[in-house]
Design a protein around this ligand. Structure first.
Ligand code: GLU
Length: 304
C-alpha cells in the first residue's frame, strides 16, 4: 500500500508558507467573508484508502464544482441528447462572458461555463419532480452523506447580485435554448452553486470518475464512455481560462470553483481535493493550484 501522508504534509507546508494567498472572491458578497487562512487537502484512493491534512473537514461553497455533478445527473437522465444544446469546446474566455454566447447563437461553448451550466440546470428543471430537492438528494446519494445542504444565504447573495447571470439566462432564452422561466432556472442554478461540502465529501462524490462510472454506493452507474467524456471535459474546460495551464502544470482532469475548491483525479487510481479560498487572477485557488502541481510533480502521478 502506498502512503500518501508524507507527501500531503510536504505540499501542505510549502503551500501554507506562501505569503500571497490570493484574493477571496468578492463578487458574491457571502463568499467575501470567508477566512483565507483555511487550507485543506484530502485524497481518496479507488481501493478505499484516505489521506488528509488541514481543514479537509470544513464545509465550503462548492460553486462551479457543482457543474460537474449537475452534468452527471443530466447525463444519467438524458444521455448524449445534451450535446444538441451545449458544445464541448474550451471557451478561452471568462466563465461569465456573454459575447461568445451571442455570436454562437445561444449554444454555450461547454457545460462548465455559466451559460452551459444554466442549460444543464434547465434540463434538470424540466425532468425532475422537485428539482432542487432531487438534485440535492442525488449529491447526497453519490456521496453517501445526508448532511450535505444548500447555503440559502449564499444562494440569496448570488440572486441579488447576479446581474450577469440574469443577462446570460435571458440571452439563452432569447435564442430558444431555455425551456423554463429564467427565474426558475436561475433559482436552481444559484442553489446548486451554494451547496456546501468538505474536501473529504467531494473526494467521495467524485469517486465515480476515477472508478469507471460506479459510485461509492451502487446508486448510479454511468457508462465508461460517459465517464471518459466528463473527464475529458474536466481536463479541457474545468479551470476557466487556465485549463491549459492546469493540464500543463498538474496533468489531471478536475474542476475548480470560486469558493476556492479544486477536485482532481487520476482515473482508476485516486481523487484529490483541495480547498483554500484565496484565488489567483484566473479565479482558481492559489494554494490549491500550487499544491496540486507539486503533488503530481513529486509523485509523477498524472495522466501524461
Ligand atoms: N455561482 C458562481 C457564478 O455563477 C459560480 C462561479 C464559479 O465558481 O465559477 O458566478
Amino acid at each position: 500500500m502506498r502512503n500518501f501522508q508524507p507527501i500531503l504534509k510536504e505540499i501542505y507546508a510549502s503551500a501554507t508558507n506562501l505569503k500571497d494567498k490570493g484574493t477571496v472572491a468578492s463578487y458574491i458578497p457571502e463568499l467575501a467573508i470567508v477566512d483565507k487562512q483555511n487550507f485543506g487537502i484530502h485524497l481518496r484512493t479507488v481501493d478505499g484508502h484516505e489521506y488528509a491534512i488541514g481543514d479537509y473537514n470544513k464545509p465550503f461553497s462548492i460553486q462551479s464544482i457543482s457543474k460537474v455533478l449537475s452534468l452527471t445527473m443530466a447525463t444519467s437522465l438524458v444521455g448524449n441528447k445534451i450535446l444538441k444544446r451545449v458544445n464541448v469546446e474550451p471557451s478561452g474566455h471568462p466563465f461569465n462572458q456573454l459575447a461568445l454566447l451571442e455570436i454562437e447563437n445561444g449554444i454555450p461553448r461547454n457545460p462548465f461555463i455559466n451559460a452551459g451550466a444554466m442549460v444543464i440546470a434547465d434540463i434538470l428543471v424540466s425532468r425532475l419532480q422537485n428539482p432542487k430537492e432531487d438534485f440535492l438528494n442525488f449529491v447526497r446519494e453519490i456521496t453517501n452523506d445526508i448532511s450535505i445542504h444548500f447555503n440559502e444565504s449564499v444562494a440569496y447573495s448570488e440572486k441579488v447580485t447576479g446581474f450577469k447571470n440574469y443577462a446570460a439566462a435571458n440571452l439563452l432564452k432569447s435564442f430558444g435554448n431555455l425551456e423554463n422561466d429564467v427565474d426558475v432556472v436561475l433559482d436552481f442554478y444559484f442553489h446548486q452553486c451554494s451547496i456546501e461540502m468538505t474536501c473529504s465529501q467531494l473526494s467521495k462524490a467524485f469517486y465515480l470518475f476515477a472508478n469507471k462510472g460506479k459510485c461509492l454506493r451502487n446508486v448510479l452507474h454511468l457508462t465508461e464512455s460517459q465517464v471518459k467524456r466528463i473527464n475529458a471535459l474536466m481536463l479541457t474546460c474545468g479551470f476557466y481560462d487556465e485549463a491549459g495551464e492546469f493540464a500543463f502544470e498538474v496533468g489531471l482532469p478536475g474542476k475548480s470553483g470560486v469558493g476556492g475548491g479544486i477536485v482532481a483525479l487520476l482515473p482508476h487510481d485516486f481523487i484529490i481535493t483541495t480547498w483554500s479560498p484565496g484565488l489567483n487572477i484566473n479565479g482558481n485557488s492559489k494554494l490549491g493550484m500550487q499544491a496540486l502541481e507539486e503533488f503530481t510533480t513529486k509523485t509523477q502521478l498524472s495522466i501524461f
